[in-house]
Write a protein that binds this ligand. Structure first.
Ligand SMILES: C[S@@+](CC[C@H](N)C(=O)[O-])C[C@H]1O[C@@H](n2cnc3c(N)ncnc32)[C@H](O)[C@@H]1O
Length: 388
């Protein structure tokens, strides 16, 4: 992934798609009196029906897309998650897994295969994604890697009506949720809005109703101006997961920080980033519908929302420590035994997943549990709850 200011030129077809979405967002801005919140803009850019980045038929995830996620990098990642799931499922009879935002379906396929090997298959493997387009891709992937387990998979359009006993899982889902942008300047806290100027989207200042909440996030020694963001839907989302969990664990994996690090005085430009064809840049208003917009996760906010929803904070650690706790080394050795010719690729995968300079430290794992008190495997080699 390269950080750059020069981007590949989209094809004529892609540009036409983006222009269509741009026109719809422009109409919305006009209907709202000339500006909309950045949150509203990001919601439309990513999820506008038929046109948004995640719901239109572009190939986003993987080598030919815009970014690569851990399940696409290595099956070992999902096999570790399968170990964690097995520990929970084996204690809860008739339990299931619900995967949120399942992307290409690669993690679902590998988890099912891993659980089959451990003779611990779930009753159901539910998938809930905001993108109906990805459902077909998920079906195809699972049919390719684990066709005999396809009958376990059920696609949902909303959280299950029957409360779930088992595991709710999400890899890189939180970072794909729209955020509210704000700037602290000498006048106080202003909301970053999106308007139209010279036929282009532009940032403008607006009022925020969340100033009091934002104040609680920030340290007092900020050099101004200071721009950052927060996810206004996070607490409600965690609450609804908690309501739909009868017993078991919610496991969320994503890039992000504890609050003191997230809103660090030196992080004065926030964490919002754009991904377009394996380039990372910071121009969120261009190419709506063609590029991914993403912000890091405030894991303190996740923990607070969970505890507020009656869940227990059962663990928080780095991806490297979590995978090691779930048996990454043994899984690596088993894979080496099976495919000695792939030793270089496997070693490379381990490095990408675990090195601090790669995904190892930037990605974190948090677990929130309900009526499940057994210490979780993934946190046995280190738990950073105290930092939240
Ligand atoms: C960055 S992709 C990650 C996909 C996959 N988990 C992976 O690791 O490759 C984020 C996914 O989360 C989905 N998503 C975003 N918000 C969601 C929500 N509230 N519920 C379920 N899925 C959501 C998006 O549609 C998208 O498929």
């Amino acid at each position: 992934m390269r950080f750059t200011d020069t981007l590949p030129i989209p094809s004529a077809e892609a540009l036409a798609h983006s222009e269509q979405l741009k026109a719809i967002i422009g109409q919305e801005i006009q209907a709202q009196g000339g500006q909309i919140s950045f949150h509203h803009f990001m919601q439309m850019a990513l999820y506008e029906p038929g046109l948004g980045y995640y719901v239109a038929g572009l190939h986003k995830i993987g080598a030919t897309g815009d970014f690569v996620t851990a399940p696409e990098i290595s099956a070992l990642f999902s096999q570790c998650i399968a170990h964690q799931c097995a520990q929970i499922l084996s204690e809860l009879p008739n339990s299931s897994i619900l995967e949120l935002g399942a992307g290409s379906g690669r993690m679902a396929a590998e988890i099912l295969l891993g659980l089959e090997q451990q003779e611990c298959l779930p009753e159901h493997y539910f998938i809930l994604d905001l993108s109906p387009d990805l459902q077909t891709r998920q079906w195809t992937t699972i049919n390719q890697y684990a066709p005999h387990l396809l009958h376990k998979v059920q696609w949902l359009t909303s959280l299950p009506t029957e409360p779930l006993r088992g595991v709710m899982l999400g890899n890189e889902v939180l970072d794909a949720m729209p955020v509210e942008l704000f700037t602290v300047n000498k006048q106080g806290i202003v909301s970053v809005q999106v308007s139209v100027a010279d036929d282009q989207f532009a940032f403008t200042d607006g009022q925020t109703k969340a100033a009091e909440y934002i104040q609680t996030l920030l340290p007092t020694d900020l050099a101004l101006p200071y721009t950052s963001e927060f996810n206004p839907a996070l607490a409600a989302w965690i609450h609804s997961l908690a309501e739909h969990l009868e017993t078991g664990a919610i496991l969320l994996i994503d890039y992000g920080y504890e609050r003191s690090d997230y809103y660090h005085p030196e992080r004065s430009q926030g964490t919002l980033l754009c991904h377009y064809q394996h380039r990372v840049h910071n121009h969120p208003l261009i190419y709506p519908g063609l590029q991914d917009l993403t912000a890091s996760v405030d894991f303190t906010a996740v923990a607070e929302a969970g505890v507020d929803a009656g869940l227990q904070l059962a663990g928080y650690t780095t991806q490297a420590a979590f995978l090691a706790g779930c048996g990454l080394e043994d899984l690596f050795l088993a894979a080496l035994n099976q495919q000695p010719q792939a030793s270089y690729q496997l070693a490379q995968q381990i490095r990408t997943l675990s090195l601090p300079s790669e995904m190892g430290e930037r990605f974190k794992v948090i677990a929130l549990t309900k009526e499940f008190t057994t210490p979780l495997l993934g946190f046995r080699l280190g738990d950073r709850q105290h930092r939240l």
